[in-house]
Design a protein around this ligand. Structure first.
Ligand code: PMP
Length: 463
């Protein structure tokens, strides 16, 4: 289809002017729009989107922020939302609604060991809810003392001040301090950038960084640790062998709750239903957002074990014996209605398996071409979450200038491929190109992504 046929030259001009004059874009330097109009996306179908001028792109960013898991144009999800809105558009989460109850049951079937679902409407909110759960348990059981939350360098947990206080990315936090107290950072686990040099037991050593941090703070002050199963936006950092079981053991040893942020990795992205399920571990809290309804509706979930939930049932006479939290749109019925249909699609179309198979295929093509392609220092990934770290010198691992990653992304756009990349400015980890396409990807799509990207890297390297 050609979208340019749908809009007259005048209509396009009007839309672009309205946008430029009125909209404040996310993560964007608006001065750039003086030279180049902002990208305006007007249509999506399957793995592709169209801009206002009718140009089609294979979207290897799943909507720019890695969330359209089942792909674009799903009329069955639109219909499920519409049907629900006509029956009941809203009632607060203090009451039950049919889609919320049914989705919670179906979701928990995929998460053995987990027991309750708390609804909100964004990933940041889901993480904030988890922090409040940890803090309230600290107050109820430990006189407020066991309230600290540890987080890892390079992990991202949200855009609010509290979630930024728990985020290990200087480029995102830099200008927003002072931060909320009680959040403490510990080092990352990126094997390519190993802080211990080349060692055999890297995973074990990297996990010890958590134990060191707990001991430094005092175990009686630490309530929880939050981690991404695979660091996503911070550079697609896959965990080294042996890392996760050791993290779990350390949490158990010091009675620290393990909170896994699955906002990106959840719902099939990494080739399992949830990222943590690759590592044989059992979290206490899991947060989900983007893929829950593939962003057809805004919905997030803070999922806890029954043990965590039960902390809020003890001593009913106690003043704090319930979770004193609410989120207006967390009660919205369109979210779980969309999430139910999204889950059905993931299951019926075997998209979790497809994510694993297409991810393996994508990684295999890229790795085969690594030695003959300039700039590629490291390739990491799991399922359809893949990162390519660019370096100017493969031996010294010197990062390329940030402008090179931007150039590669720009060349890809010209060639009809949308990719992601890590944030600008903090060079050491911020030259990673990110591929996070929809989970319906075909082999042909994989080949288009891989070969277009390799060509773009070669062109950027040649100046
Ligand atoms: N956690 C992770 C791992 C994320 O990648 C994001 C968003 N990119 C968030 C939390 C925050 O989600 P939201 O933007 O929906 O608030």
């Amino acid at each position: 289809m050609n979208q340019s046929e749908l809009y007259t030259a005048e209509a396009k001009q009007t839309a672009i002017m309205q946008d430029k004059a009125n909209v404040w874009h996310h993560l964007s330097q608006h001065s750039l729009h003086e030279k180049q109009d902002p990208l305006m996306i007007v249509k999506g179908e399957g793995s592709r989107v169209w801009d206002i001028h009718g140009k089609s792109y294979l979207d290897a960013s799943s909507g720019g922020v890695w969330c359209v898991n089942v792909g674009y144009g799903r009329t069955s999800i639109a219909e499920a939302i519409s049907k629900q809105l006509v029956q009941l558009n809203f009632f607060a989460g203090t009451a039950g609604t049919l889609p919320a109850a049914e989705f919670a049951e179906k979701l928990l079937e995929k998460m053995p060991g987990m027991g309750r679902v708390y609804y909100a409407s964004s990933g940041s909110e889901a993480n904030e809810k988890a922090f409040k759960i940890v803090r309230q348990i600290a107050h109820k059981k430990y006189g407020g003392k066991k309230h600290k939350i540890l987080y890892r360098e390079r992990d991202y947990h949200g855009s609010t001040i509290a979630t930024l206080s728990a985020t290990g990315q200087e480029e995102r936090r830099g200008q927003y301090g002072p931060f909320a107290p009680g959040f403490v950072e510990f080092p990352h686990c990126c094997e390519y950038r190993s802080q211990f040099g080349e060692v055999e037991n890297y995973g074990y050593l990297a996990a010890q960084e958590l134990e060191k941090a707990i001991l430094k703070e005092g175990p009686d002050t630490v309530g929880a640790v939050i981690l991404e199963p695979i660091t996503a936006g911070g550079g697609v950092i896959t965990p080294p062998e042996g890392y996760w079981p050791e993290i779990q053991a350390i949490c158990k040893k010091y009675n620290v709750l393990l909170h896994i942020d699955e906002v990106v990795c959840g719902l099939g992205r990494t080739g399992k239903w949830f990222g943590y399920q690759h590592y044989g571990i059992q979290p206490d809290i899991v947060t989900l957002a983007k893929g829950v309804a593939s962003s057809y509706a805004a919905i997030s979930c803070t999922v806890t074990t029954e043990a965590v939930f039960n902390e809020f049932l003890d001593n009913p006479s106690e003043r704090e014996a319930y979770f004193r939290d609410i989120s207006t749109f967390g009660g919205c019925t369109a979210g779980p209605a969309a999430a139910l249909e999204n889950l059905r699609i993931l299951e019926d179309e075997n998209l979790v398996e497809n994510s694993r198979e297409m991810g393996d295929y994508l990684l295999s093509i890229l790795k085969e071409m690594q030695s003959t392609t300039p700039l590629i220092g490291d390739i990491r990934g799991q399922g359809l979450l893949v990162g390519i770290e660019l370096v100017s010198d493969k031996a010294s691992k010197e990062p390329v200038d940030e402008s090179i990653a931007a150039k590669v992304a720009g060349i890809c756009m010209q060639k009809g491929l949308i990719i992601g990349r890590t944030n600008r400015s903090f060079a050491k980890y911020n030259n990673t190109l990110c591929l996070c396409p929809v989970l319906t990807l075909t082999k042909q799509d994989v080949e288009f992504i891989a070969y277009t990207l390799i060509d773009a890297i070669k062109e950027a390297a040649n100046g």
